[in-house]
Design a protein around this ligand. Structure first.
Ligand code: ADP
Ligand code: MG
Length: 192
């Protein structure tokens, strides 16, 4: 069975009398452990697709499955648990807690989930063993994104979703973050 499946998924936002079809019959599958990239122009619906897969938004039609579960039929309560236990999310602007250190940011995430990975171990994995005691403001953009990736990974998610995770970074840092994600995919076998 496919690990991720979108079958004829639609998302319609109603703005007054206007219907905006952010996703219009989207179908695809992703195998477990696959490194998959969704490309398209601004406004194509990439974020909409990721948010529906991550349980942050619901679809208007079609079916969404992850690991055999029919996400698209979940109640709000089930979606809350799904976001908490099964999905790791990395955003463009890191979204770190500013008054917590790198280690504390990762610990915070690991405290609210099942079977977390060891926060220090994960920070080592992303190459930040020497920056654990630093606050976000003391870190470069690339380092802050590494903390955000560590935080998502520490939750031991079934899938790691990254929305424009390198858009705020310079080309060299972008390359190193993409390499990090590929290494994580290879070493840990996590679907990205
Ligand atoms: P992308 O991430 O590929 O740039 P989005 O998924 O953010 O695209 O947006 C797809 C389309 O849906 C765009 O036309 C956008 O304006 C529209 N859209 C996204 N979110 C909303 C919303 N909450 N309300 C109304 N329209 C939205
Ligand atoms: Mg987007």
């Amino acid at each position: 069975m496919e690990f991720v499946e979108f079958r004829d998924v639609t998302k319609v936002y109603t703005m007054g009398t206007n219907d905006i079809r952010a996703a219009d019959g989207v179908s695809f599958t992703i195998r477990k452990g696959e490194f998959c990239v969704i490309v398209g122009p601004s406004g194509a619906g990439k974020t909409t697709v990721l948010n529906m897969l991550g349980g942050m938004d619901t679809c208007s039609g079609g079916e969404i499955r992850l690991d055999g579960q029919l996400i698209s039929s979940y109640t709000r309560r089930q979606l809350t648990d799904y976001r908490r236990y099964d999905v790791g999310f990395v955003f463009q602007f890191y979204n770190l807690v500013q008054n917590l250190t790198a280690l504390e940011n990762v610990e915070l995430a690991s405290e609210i989930c099942r079977d977390p990975l060891d926060p220090r171990e994960v920070l080592r994995e992303v190459g930040l063993e020497h920056r654990m005691a630093n606050f976000p403001a003391q870190l470069s953009g690339g380092e802050q994104q590494r903390v955000a990736i560590a935080r998502a990974l520490a939750m031991n998610p079934k899938v790691l979703l990254c929305d424009e995770a390198t858009s705020a970074l310079d080309p060299m840092t972008t390359a190193s973050i993409l390499q990090l994600l590929k290494d994580i995919n290879t070493r840990l076998g996590i679907t990205i």
